[in-house]
Write a protein that binds this ligand. Sequence first.
Ligand code: SAH
Ligand code: SF4
Ligand code: F3S
Length: 459
Amino acid sequence: MARQREFARQVRELLARRYDHPPAAFVHSFGCQQNQSDGEKLSGMLAEMGYGFTDSPSCADLVIYNTCAVRENAEDRVFGNVGALKKVKRARPGMLIGLCGCMMQQQAVAERIRASYPYVDLVFGTHALHTLPELLFRRLSGERRQFSVAPGDGEIIEGLPLRREGAIKANLPIMYGCDNYCTYCIVPYVRGRERSRNPEDVLREAREISASGYREITLLGQNVNSYGKGLSEPVDFSDLLGRVDAVEGDFWLRFMTSHPKDCTKKLIDTIASSKKVCRHIHLPVQSGSDRVLAAMNRRYTAERYLELIDYAREAIPGVTFSSDIIVGFPGETREDFEETLALVRRVRYNTLYTFLFSPRTGTKAALMDDPVPAEEKSRWFRELLDAESEIRGEIQAGMVGRTVRVLAEGEGRSGGGWLSGRTESNDIVEFTGPREAIGRFVNVKIERALNWALFGSLA
Ligand code: SAH
Ligand code: SF4
Ligand code: F3S
């Protein structure tokens, strides 16, 4: 860190000599909230080095894309965006382009950038995030394009400057990496081994966030339920959640992602007795078929998953659930898919995040036989979406007439003075009210429900 701080100081001096105004950076993170959180660190480091910020990549002196490798379409989007910068850079040769994050931690991708995208200046993987000042200094002072993509297990770097997106909701990473090796998933390969931050560091940050007036904190990890492994102090995720819940302030507390195999009754009881934890659990099931779950290496059965759901419904009145589901895993049959549909109908999720299986080089599932044609998988996928939307419609309709607590986040999509916020279940609510409500908790009486949002007015 001391070394990077010194490079940051040198970049600052160099930029002050080169520009008569703060140069503009554009930072965009694809993918999950972990990546968004990393993006806030990138912006924090850039601010420390004297950069200002712009929303437009074509006006920026430095563009950084923080990439996601989880599915092929995520990667395609990145290549598309980088391709579009070629012309921009030709018109403005002084501009620098950096690519970082999960995609860059894959050797084949880094090689492709090296060979086919010569106008990209900085390429660094997840393990090199904190070395941005050094890479930038070298490039700015005339060295060749910089690559820092060595494989590694990853470490925990505390004390990086942060520039948070927004002033209402904050991400708070509690652990990094993943050791689960679900057979379809690239994350363990690009994020390194599971490692937990010290509870004191997490609590210090939670206090800072609360004191700065944020109204929502989301604890982040690929599998928050394995928090604490390897720490000197015996502490598990429920303990940590309880401690953050006790931090002073008026905020909602969320967490993601909770892996069903390690989700304990203790955790559910902790949520039930907490003051601030939202009565909403994101519990990705991926499939309703035990055969597919085993092939995915998820290490739970549909029955055990449903037991958890039932236990939570008992313990936490009004609890709602959301989930991730993969359609078309290699070897999945119509019968397997129907078990997924049945599970979805049984749980009645508020929200589903559905994905078509995407083979990822280096994972086990990418080598499995995958006989079902793409059109068949797409049909199943649409069936799942229809079931989701039917259930969601019923749940939303059931909200009409109720008064719910809403965190007001900003102007609504409906325009004309409507505001927008979220419920504890993370459902969007559009309502009429004064702009001063933004950033506060308000009670909204629900008058109308559409599939994408609830509508109402201040109660
Ligand atoms: N750690 C989290 C999820 C991280 S990835 C968890 O275990 O729940 C987010 C979601 O992307 C996963 O839950 C899964 O549904 C989906 N996903 C991951 N790899 C995928 C792949 N190769 N193809 C399709 N969907 C995938
Ligand atoms: Fe991927 Fe599984 Fe780890 Fe989630 S738990 S990040 S799906 S390997
Ligand atoms: Fe994507 Fe990396 Fe997150 S692969 S989903 S950005 S951990």
